[in-house]
Design a protein around this ligand. Structure first.
Ligand code: 13P
Length: 242
């Protein structure tokens, strides 16, 4: 199949030794591993086939930005992908579309492929705001792209309510039809802006349903959270995505 699997470990695991074991178990082509910052170097050294990703970056190149990490720094550690605009960052750290747009630009200017997360919250969905939210999130980033961007932008549709840690009892993640509809909508926003984009899906993806997501027209991969922390489960997913 040759689809992309992006492992977002979020703030896991707790120890470097565990990160090393997990990185070795997840090392395969078409895989991107995004460890927490302290384990980026360790994971980077362990990976032979998988690519290294970051869970965030700051848009400035260097300077007095305590606690932040630049694209140049990440690039020097072998990072080639970065997750930006994840709902955790938007919700817990006040990241607004303007900031995310600057981060996407910084990544592109430094040859790091951005994985831009867009998606509606449960409240947005309940009030029929899904398309308005997607529109706002994507248009801001597109309007700030560096002139003549040739690099690829990966757009991840990740409905916030469908993330495993948010999914309410009795609720199902979106159907293939819903996702296909969103991808069509996002494509229409990108239009003929000249930017090269690909689309992936994220939200409670596991080995049982991965194939059904990857089979959706226009979907070229998945962003995986909880399941990427389980080596046996993630290995199954790697086989399916190959
Ligand atoms: P889950 O796969 O645990 O739902 O997490 C999705 C996610 O937030 C990936 O970035």
């Amino acid at each position: 199949m040759g689809k992309l699997l992006i492992a977002n470990w979020k703030m896991n695991p707790k120890k470097e030794s565990e990160a090393l074991t997990l990185a070795r178990a997840s090392d395969a082509s078409h895989v991107v591993i995004c460890p927490p910052f302290p384990f980026i170097a360790t994971a980077g050294k362990a990976l032979k086939k998988a690519k290294l990703g970051s869970q965030d970056l700051f848009y400035e190149a260097s300077g007095p930005y305590t606690g932040e990490v630049s694209s140049e720094e990440l690039k020097s550690m072998g990072v080639s992908y970065v997750i930006l605009g994840h709902s955790d960052r938007r919700r817990l750290f006040g990241e607004i579309d303007e900031i995310i747009a600057k981060k996407v630009s910084a990544a592109l200017l430094n040859g790091i492929t951005p994985i831009l997360c867009v998606g509606e919250t449960f409240a947005d969905r309940e009030t029929n705001q899904t398309f308005a939210v997607l529109d706002r999130q994507l248009k801001m980033v597109l309007s700030q792209l560096p002139a003549g961007t040739k690099e690829e932008l990966i757009i991840c549709y990740e409905p916030v309510w469908a993330i495993s840690t948010n999914l309410k009892e009795g609720m199902e993640p979106p159907t293939a039809e819903n996702i296909a509809q969103v991808v069509e909508y996002l494509k229409s926003i990108v239009g003929n802006s000249g930017v090269s984009v690909s689309f992936i899906y994220g939200g409670s993806v596991n080995s049982t349903d991965l194939k059904s997501y990857l089979d959706i027209p226009g979907i070229s991969g998945a962003l995986v959270g909880a399941a990427s922390l389980k080596p046996v489960e993630f290995k199954k997913m790697i086989k399916i995505a190959k």
